[in-house]
Design a protein around this ligand. Structure first.
Ligand code: CUA
Length: 168
């Protein structure tokens, strides 16, 4: 059977494109650590967050350099984050637990690799290290209604010796 030259070229090109796509997905999973939102953070009843650990969201110290931050996303703010910044000390490992009280939101810490969907009923769990003091914007990147574009917040990594848990 004879295959035309152009037919061969296009067949090879199509195969290379497929291999390329598989390679990018593999890199995203293994290299860049991109993951689907899974159930490792657990589930909550979005209608009764007051009966859960999200009743008083905020920063909790759980180890010498380890902190947990519970965040509730709702139309159109992060609690905490929007009306007051989330404050954590530098040189810390911070695990965020984020859930939604209403619709699907997003939680992206601009400039870090923290970027997750926030799904009602589901708790998104993300851990990140902050070695240096700094300020990070928080944005909602899932369209969640008329005020979506205003849904933002701030995280401040304060120098270790200036950190006061009372401020959070
Ligand atoms: Cu919340 Cu967009």
């Amino acid at each position: 059977m004879e295959i035309h030259r152009y037919e061969k070229i296009w067949t090879v090109a199509a195969l290379l494109i497929i291999v390329g796509f598989i390679a990018t997905v593999t890199y995203g999973t293994v290299g860049a650590g991109v993951k689907m939102v899974d159930d490792s953070g657990g589930t909550v009843d979005p209608g009764s967050l007051d009966d859960t650990e999200f009743s008083d969201p905020g920063v909790t110290q759980v180890g010498e350099d380890e902190y947990e931050v519970h965040v509730v996303a709702r139309q159109f703010l992060f609690q905490p984050g929007t009306s007051e910044p989330i404050r954590v000390p530098a040189n810390s490992e911070v695990t965020f637990y984020i859930t939604s009280a209403d619709v699907v939101h997003g939680f992206e810490l601009v400039g870090t690799n923290v970027n997750t969907m926030v799904i009602p009923g589901q708790v998104a769990e993300v851990t990140v290290r902050f070695d240096e003091p700094g300020e990070y914007g928080i944005v909602c990147h899932e369209y969640c209604g008329g005020g979506h574009h205003t849904m933002a917040g701030q995280l401040v990594v304060v120098p270790e010796d200036e950190y006061n848990p009372e401020d959070s």
